[in-house]
Design a protein around this ligand. Structure first.
Ligand SMILES: NC(=O)C1=CN([C@@H]2O[C@H](COP(=O)(O)OP(=O)(O)OC[C@H]3O[C@@H](n4cnc5c(N)ncnc54)[C@H](OP(=O)(O)O)[C@@H]3O)[C@@H](O)[C@H]2O)[C@@H](O)CC1
Ligand SMILES: Nc1ncnc2c1ncn2[C@@H]1O[C@H](COP(=O)(O)OP(=O)(O)OP(=O)(O)O)[C@@H](O)[C@H]1O
Ligand SMILES: [Mg+2]
Length: 345
């Protein structure tokens, strides 16, 4: 449970980097531990004086009759990272299925209702962050409802993680998210290419992923972008950070959903903590780094136990131990393998 608030070494390291190199300079340092320390700084302590809800109330908007696993993975991951309550806003048909996976989730069968936007809007004052897109599908009616939910959430200043089919919607209508600096997009390879085409009009430049991610973020008005892959590249248009912590060779579905749900909680915590705790780095960048490192650590631990049979459910079981290992020790004990991370400005 212990979370360090001290970060002198991190402060000086990132401080020097911030001053020394102008934007876009291709300069890098191995700095995984420094970035992990920033994540530790934003994790709220567990305390007897706190009440239910204070550690986070997260909403997941997604799921449809075809995809019930994805919103479940995201919502249960949010809880296991440390949120107190996790809501799923989904379609009438998908709701009982998702409920049956877990009694821990609060499931609202509203997403295909004509009053979907108002139904979700009622809950927004009680939510700290939204994760939009896991398992949403591409039905026009659902996407139109989600558009309204996004607008209502932006008006209230709610942090939004956009993943999966939420990114499909953003690729159709980038204005939906343009300039909203409490948004984080988490595209996989295909989703990133689609966004880059739609927003930059360019095919993906695979040679310089940093530059591509940074350009996409800038074009969207400094929305934070997490490009998932063999290494995860994260940028807010200014700084860029990569997470190459060891994960696993298993590419089973659902790992991105675990990441987006975890990120919903970390985004809330990081914004609450503010830039003082992240030493001037963007809280969203730090949150994104934390979610990537955590997902990869879960993959690694699950693979050690289950090998080729590893699935997202096995990874979710590792969330508690992986979180402790990364964020509740003073040194991020790693059991031997040297992690790497780079910070580029
Ligand atoms: N259990 C559930 O309910 C789950 C539901 N999910 C939900 O499914 C929905 C669609 O999401 P998605 O990710 O399958 O769609 P999309 O990104 O269009 O990819 C489609 C195709 O692109 C390719 N491809 C993918 N990655 C690649 C890569 N790195 N590099 C190269 N190619 C790559 C690959 O096609 P291939 O080229 O192999 O034929 C892939 O099949 C969405 O709602 C999501 O949340 C998932 O969350 C999983 C768990
Ligand atoms: N080649 C890889 N090597 C190691 N880790 C990877 C690799 N590709 C993706 N990952 C990790 O897997 C996690 C999910 O990324 P992925 O690209 O699978 O997302 P996704 O396609 O959206 O997943 P989902 O099936 O949930 O939709 C990220 O944390 C990422 O770091
Ligand atoms: Mg995905």
């Amino acid at each position: 449970m212990a979370v360090s608030s001290g970060c002198g070494a991190v402060r000086s390291c990132l401080g020097v980097l911030n001053q020394a190199f102008p934007l876009h300079t291709a300069r890098s340092v191995t700095d995984m531990e420094a970035a992990l320390q920033l994540v530790r700084n934003v994790v709220p302590p567990l305390a007897a004086w706190k009440h239910k809800g204070q550690a986070g109330r997260i909403g997941v908007v997604g799921g449809c009759p075809e995809y019930t696993g994805a919103p479940y993975f995201a919502a249960i991951s949010a809880l296991k990272v440390g949120a107190d309550l996790s809501h799923v806003f989904t379609t009438q048909d998908a709701a009982p299925v998702i409920k049956s996976y877990s009694p821990e989730l609060i499931v609202h069968p509203v997403l295909d209702s004509p009053s979907a936007v108002q139904d979700v809007e009622k809950w927004l004052p009680r939510l700290h962050a939204l994760v939009v897109g896991p398992g949403l599908g591409r039905d026009d009616v659902l996407l139109e409802n989600v558009k309204g939910i996004l607008e209502a959430s932006k008006t209230r200043g709610i942090p939004i993680v956009i993943d999966a089919d939420g990114l499909w919607l953003v690729a159709q209508q980038p204005a939906l998210i343009q300039g909203y600096q409490k948004a984080v997009l988490t595209p996989n390879h295909v989703e990133f290419s689609r966004l880059a085409e739609a927003v930059l009009g360019d095919p993906l430049d695979g040679r310089d992923r940093y530059r591509s991610v940074q350009r996409l973020s800038q074009a969207l008005g400094n929305v934070t972008v997490v490009q998932k892959g063999e290494q995860d590249v994260i940028s807010d248009g200014g700084q860029a950070l990569t997470c190459s912590r060891e994960g696993s060779g298993r590419r089973c579905g659902g790992q991105g959903d675990l990441l987006s749900g975890s990120l919903g909680v970390l985004v809330h915590w990081a914004l609450l903590a503010g830039p003082e705790k992240t030493n001037g780095s963007s809280p969203l960048l730090v949150a994104a780094f934390g979610a990537c490192a955590l997902t990869r650590q879960c993959a690694r631990q699950a693979f050690q136990k289950h090998g080729r049979a590893t699935t997202a459910t096995d990874m979710i079981r590792e969330l508690g131990p992986a979180f402790s290992r990364l964020f509740e020790t003073s040194a991020g004990a790693d059991g031997g393998v040297a992690p790497t991370g780079e910070l580029r400005l």
